[in-house]
Design a protein around this ligand. Structure first.
Ligand code: NDP
Length: 320
């Protein structure tokens, strides 16, 4: 049951880290964390589910410590939950609304100290959208950061109907969304995607026409070149060899080799709103790893699983 403003507790349970390090060493469950209060443009959410992403453990390792918020930090970017309190300037949402989003507008520039792996979190209303009715909270929490990244990268590549695309890392959180958006939202003419042998059928089921087993084939040796190459793995040097002349290459991780470009996601609830018809119709589906749903108490195990780099789709923590 969602709390109402009148019955909100002042303290909550949250996973926090007081210092940077490996998740297994630094993550601690605390039960006396002060419930954050929403600013004028924010809402307070009772968290029902929180998706986790590689950026959570990279940040936890201290990779962005020069531009991070102060420790101790509650990790977690992605959330699905229920609005329990609204700031004075909030217009779109009211108490009781079921919403989801990535709570950090800038992924590495002072992401909030109060993340989503907690019973409550505060978030600016512009970063949220109403949860599609057909999706569970766990499904919704798996989406924001990866679907917004997939979308922003495709926009930056000027992707459009009739173009072909090669997706490097098609079975990961971002890759599973790139394939689906390229097909269902943009109308790609052909989608090729890489993964290891056991995941090739998954790539097909998501909409890939040409699954490439990276364990026995080098994508850059294919005679065919692509209008767009989207690198979600960190293989930019090879990616630029697979694009047609005049085509676009975008990478979201690692070194950037011209003519490729890169970006850090800017979170925005408007992207979720734009994609809502595709989610509500089931054309674009959340993709959660078959072993990827963890109870709140097993947050360290959820991180250990994500840190293998082998997950299929997403890992989500069920908070309530
Ligand atoms: P995931 O942890 O979900 O990726 C795991 C997947 O990667 C697995 O399914 C694995 O498949 C696949 N994979 C690993 N190595 C290869 C390879 N050599 N070729 C093809 N597939 C491979 O990560 P995300 O998708 O969430 O994120 C991907 C990267 O992008 C991360 O480094 C992340 O930090 C970054 N990122 C950057 C953003 C930005 O704004 N710049 C935003 C979001 C993410 P298999 O088991 O078959 O190898």
């Amino acid at each position: 049951m969602a709390s109402s403003a009148a019955t909100l507790p002042s303290k909550m349970k949250a996973w926090t880290y007081p210092e940077y390090g490996k998740s297994s060493d630094v993550l601690k469950l605390q039960s006396d964390v002060v419930v954050p209060q929403p600013r004028d443009d924010q809402v307070l959410l009772q968290v029902v589910a929180a998706g986790i992403n590689p950026i959570d453990f990279k940040r936890m390792l201290g990779m962005f410590k020069n531009i991070d918020s102060p420790l101790p930090i509650i990790p977690g970017y992605d959330v699905a939950g229920v609005v329990v309190k609204v700031g004075s300037q909030v217009k779109k949402f009211k108490e009781g609304d079921q919403v989801y989003g990535d709570i950090n507008e800038k992924a590495v520039d002072h992401p909030t100290q109060f993340g989503t792996i907690a019973e409550f979190t505060v978030v600016a209303e512009k970063l949220l959208a109403l949860k599609p009715k057909n999706l569970s909270f766990v499904e919704a929490a798996s989406l924001p950061l990866v679907i917004e990244t997939a979308y922003e990268g495709l926009e930056r590549c000027h992707f459009s109907a009739g173009k072909s695309i090669l997706v490097l890392g098609g079975a990961g959180g971002v890759g599973t969304m790139i394939i689906q958006l390229a097909k269902q939202v943009y109308g790609a003419s052909k989608i090729a995607a890489t993964a290891s042998t056991a995941k090739l059928d998954l790539l097909k089921s998501l909409g890939a026409d040409l699954p490439i087993d990276y364990t026995n084939q080098n994508f850059e040796d294919l005679p065919e070149k692509f209008d767009v190459v989207y690198d979600a793995v960190g293989q930019c040097e090879r990616a630029v060899k697979a694009v047609k002349e005049g085509g676009d290459v975008v990478t979201i991780y690692g070194a950037v080799v011209p003519p490729a470009t890169t970006f850090m996601l800017t979170s925005n609830g408007a992207i979720l709103e734009k994609l809502e018809p595709f989610l509500e119709s089931g054309k674009v589906k959340p993709m959660i790893d078959p072993n990827g749903i963890f109870p709140f108490s097993e947050t360290p195990q959820a991180f250990a699983y994500l840190e293998t780099g082998r997950v299929t789709g997403k890992v989500v923590i069920s908070i309530i």
